[in-house]
Design a protein around this ligand. Structure first.
Ligand SMILES: [Cu+2]
Length: 153
């Protein structure tokens, strides 16, 4: 009687150990599954973001540099303002010594000629479009540049 009772107890405790082990390993597998799922989702998101950024940069943004005549700081302000007014232009910097302008623009929104035309409309010659004469007449005296001035110096 005593003996069998002992044996019975032993059986129960070993059963408990087995089921504990099973539960633990199931929990472990589930936890690992969850973790790896989360990681995959994160990685996928990161990849998608990277690709989108690269495509946007490659397809949309363009940098150009072309000649624009002008004399001084006021010319710089007028020329850059005219270029920046064109929708899609992100940045325009005119160089007073070199007589040229660097423009970054979104090629899906505008094109090079639209930028030339906008600058010419403000009275300034570009290497492709002559400055509007009426606008030129309205420029301050210091800005009346020489129409034969060399560009891209
Ligand atoms: Cu000027």
């Amino acid at each position: 009687m005593n003996f069998s009772n002992k044996n019975h107890k032993h059986k129960i405790s070993s059963m408990n150990q087995v089921s504990k082990k099973v539960i633990l390993s199931v929990a472990l597998v589930m936890a690992m599954g969850l973790t790896s799922c989360k990681n995959e989702t994160k990685q996928e998101k990161e990849l998608t973001t990277q690709v989108t950024t690269e495509v946007t940069t490659e397809v949309a943004m363009a940098d150009i540099s072309f000649g624009v005549r002008g004399n001084c700081g006021m010319c710089k302000s007028t020329i850059e303002k005219a270029a920046n007014k064109v929708e899609g232009v992100a940045n325009a910097t005119w160089n007073v010594d070199k007589k040229n302008i660097d423009v970054s623009f979104d090629a899906t929104k505008t094109d090079v000629m639209a930028i030339h035309n906008a600058i010419a409309a403000s009275g300034y010659d570009t290497e492709k479009v002559e400055g509007d004469l009426e606008a030129y007449d309205g420029l301050p005296g210091c800005c009346k540049y020489d129409h034969k001035m060399a560009m891209n110096q």
